[in-house]
Design a protein around this ligand. Structure first.
Ligand code: DGJ
Length: 741
């Protein structure tokens, strides 16, 4: 049993393979947090709770205000005396804001419920591996019922959380905040780990000391954002990849979010995650309910590496639904960096042909095929083919690509409209904007009010008709601006505070329609590069474009940060031309490919213009992708080194589940004069196995005669010679036999 209840102590224990989470109920009915960490096989004792009451009288006659200031609530509420960050902030009909929740009842079930309209992890085939605790709390004054959902994924050491808030009274209530999860713990000199960035610099790992007060890591851009990913971990100071304690949360949501760590005056830390309260005001009429999106919590007592592997295996088995998730994806060529808007049918076919000759398997036509879109200041919303550019339409192009024996993919940006478009001229009120105020353009475009069904229907219909003219094998769904001027013509004042969340729900509904209408399509999400790389999007697409920065060296940090949480095969990673479009760097094609092999592999260049010397290397790279992708996509990931000024080399390892194979990728970022070789210690191998080593460098394979015991590789290490700037090597290990223990 993953979840047990101790009636005598009024405590709940949620056990996964290596962790336990304890919740208790006080005599007054407050629901509080007792413990989260390494697995324990007992419930909490008398002193389980932090009931310090500083200052204040003894146990039974609590000074309520002092009690509320320090009690570790499972789902804290705002307005009645707990001044720390809260999860729930409710306004009554009279305009007053206060809420207090007391324990009512519980239910434990095998499996896991779906969250209506929201992406969420699911139990999968082995239902019994997941159990869900429903804790029911009530506010008797507001007649509000809150159900806290905790699902325990035993094997993956993960707990998911959500909350359903129901108005059981007769008055209309307003939710100003409805967060999804809270973790209230004693401070242990915690540090925060977050993924920060910007366009073309997404998800760089960032670590900092947690200071007193409320630290917020958030997005109010309408998307989960490149500036901060919806991920927050609190780690003890000694934490490394291999050791130390980690408490992590990741939000299964693609819009505004707030991840907060609030270090209180008493030295307790409250960590919360949920929809950002900014511009959020949700009406909860009598009888209605609101579901807060899911948060995934992972605890690791063995450093960040173990946390990563928990997220990866949870998302692989219980979040990504695509039929492609366990398949090698076709190696693609995308024309964006090769041509931008400057193409016609002949040019695209020529690129596809040249790519086919070197073994590329799919051609993807990016932005610019529809309406009058010859640059980025017009055409969005006009989802019919530009026949001047693409003579013969999608039918002819699609046919030509398929005749080459390649798959055919296409780019769309369905959430947007250009003011210079037929769609906008016909329906100017379909854009999100505040009447009377000039809406702010970004990339010359506006955001469609997809919360309106007629807007969703019109866009989906146009796209469906375009797709029905030829066989589409792949779709890249892009989204190239943030949301502002939050105003909708769809409803009155009460609608406006709901718009941002309704937008995300509408986006999910549109993506669900696409994958239902075209179940065979391989679907890739994208947002100005990687602005919406989050678990919500992974529920719909098995891969996401990681960044518009395709420089292999820049990609090292981006991919390291992304892979800290998200499975490697979900990262779209392409080899592009040199000098690189974003930073002008010249990196050998070998290293460009080795870095892209860490994700879902492809090319993004004009193959007709690639130097012959480089072209010759492509068949070997494609063969390597197919040879090793199973290891990357299904194996365990270990981060062996992260490059910085002092250590200008980067290294990671993928180990198959049965530990019979491993691939170590080593990239020398900058060479150093007069330095020797270095030992790199492998991880996750079988210590009693003997491995055969193949070294892959510059397209050459060298099979080493010597055999390498797993324990030696993990403890002595693998000796790697000094390399020059931007050089890289792959080390492939294959188990040959077992040794006597
Ligand atoms: C942003 C994407 O990240 C790029 O890959 C490309 O598709 C452009 N948009 C096209 O406008």
């Amino acid at each position: 049993m993953a979840i047990t209840y101790c009636r005598e102590k009024e405590q709940f224990r949620l056990d996964s393979a290596h962790t336990s989470y304890l919740i208790g109920v006080t005599q007054e009915g407050y629901v509080g947090h007792i413990y989260y960490g390494e697995r324990v096989n007992c419930f909490g004792g008398e002193d389980a709770f932090r009931l310090d009451e500083v200052p204040g009288p003894g146990k039974r006659k609590r000074e309520k205000c002092a009690f509320l200031a320090s009690f570790p609530f499972e789902y804290p509420t705002a307005g009645v005396g707990d001044f720390r960050d809260s999860c729930l902030d409710v306004e009554n009909e009279a305009g007053q804001r206060g809420c207090e929740l007391f324990y009512d009842s519980y239910k434990i079930e095998t499996g896991k419920p779906l969250l209506p309209g929201l992406p969420a992890t699911f139990a999968g085939d082995e239902e019994e591996d997941v159990q869900t605790l429903y804790l029911i709390l009530k506010d008797p004054v507001l007649k509000l019922k809150v159900t806290l959902l905790y699902s325990v994924f035993e094997k993956e050491d993960a707990i998911t959380r959500s909350a359903v808030i129901e108005n059981e009274g007769t008055q209309r209530l307003m939710l100003h905040r409805a967060a999804s999860a809270c973790l209230d713990m004693d401070n242990r000199a915690f540090e925060t780990v977050t993924l920060e960035g910007a366009w073309a610099r997404e998800r760089h790992p960032q670590r900092g000391r947690l200071l007193r007060g409320r630290s917020e890591f958030s997005s109010i851009r309408g998307v989960s954002s490149p500036q901060l990913n919806p991920f927050l971990a609190l780690v003890t100071p000694e934490t490394t990849q291999r050791a130390g304690e980690v408490y992590a949360m990741n939000f299964v949501y693609s819009g505004n979010f707030a991840a907060v760590a609030d270090l209180s005056m008493y030295g307790s830390v409250r960590m919360t995650m949920g929809i950002h309260p900014w511009q959020f005001a949700w009406n909860l009429c009598a009888g209605e309910s609101f579901t807060a999106p899911e948060v995934v919590m992972v605890y690791s007592g063995e450093g960040l590496g173990k946390m990563t592997r928990s997220f990866h295996s949870l998302y692989r088995k219980h979040l990504i639904r695509s039929p492609y998730k366990d398949k090698d994806r076709p190696v693609l060529i995308n024309n964006w960096e090769g041509t931008y808007f400057d193409f016609d049918t002949e040019k695209l076919i020529a690129i596809a042909k040249a790519a086919k000759e070197v073994g590329v398997e799919m051609f993807v036509m990016d932005d610019g095929w529809f309406g009058k879109r010859n640059n980025d200041d017009c055409g969005l919303g006009d989802w019919y083919v530009n026949e001047e550019k693409l003579v013969g339409g999608l039918t002819r192009l699609g046919q030509a690509i398929h005749d080459l024996g390649m798959k055919f993919g296409i780019w769309i940006e369905p959430e947007m409209v250009s003011p210079d478009s037929d769609l906008f001229r016909a329906h100017p009120d379909w854009a999100i904007q505040i009447p009377g105020r000039e809406p702010t353009l970004a990339r010359h475009q506006l955001v469609l009010d997809i919360t309106r069904k007629e807007v969703r229907d019109a866009v989906c219909d146009m796209i469906r008709s375009a797709f029905n003219t030829t066989k589409i094998d792949y779709v890249k769904w892009d989204m190239n601006r943030y949301l502002c001027d939050i105003g909708s013509a769809a409803g009155g004042p009460e609608y406006q505070g709901e718009l941002l969340h309704r937008y995300v729900l509408a986006l999910y509904e549109m993506q669900e329609r696409l994958i239902t209408d075209f179940p065979d399509i391989l679907f890739e999400n994208c947002s100005s590069g990687g602005a919406r790389f989050d678990p919500g999007m992974l529920y719909f697409s098995p891969q996401i474009w990681t960044s518009d920065d395709t420089d292999a060296i820049e990609r090292l940090h981006i991919q390291e940060g992304t892979a800290l949480v998200y499975p490697m095969e979900t990262m779209g990673a392409h080899v592009s031309k040199c000098p690189n479009e974003q930073v002008g760097r010249m990196v050998p094609i070998e290293t460009r490919a080795n870095v892209a092999l860490a994700g879902t592999f492809g090319y993004e260049l004009d193959m007709t213009r690639l130097p012959e010397e480089e072209k010759k290397k492509i068949p070997g790279q494609i063969a390597r992708y197919h040879r090793f992708h199973g290891l990357v996509a299904g194996g365990d990931y270990y981060r062996l080194n992260s490059w910085c000024e002092e250590e200008p080399w980067d290294c990671w390892e993928n180990v198959s589940e049965d530990r019979a194979q491993a691939l170590i990728t080593y990239v020398q970022v900058l060479g150093r004069p007069n330095t020797g070789s270095r030992l790199v210690r492998a991880e996750g191998l079988d210590p009693y196995a003997v491995y055969h080593l193949t070294i892959l460098k510059d397209g050459e394979e060298t099979e080493m005669k010597q055999e390498f015991p797993g324990s030696a590789l993990m403890h002595f290490g693998l000796r790697i010679p000094a390399l020059g700037d931007f050089q890289s090597v792959l080390y492939y290990l294959e188990k040959t036999r077992e040794e006597e223990p």
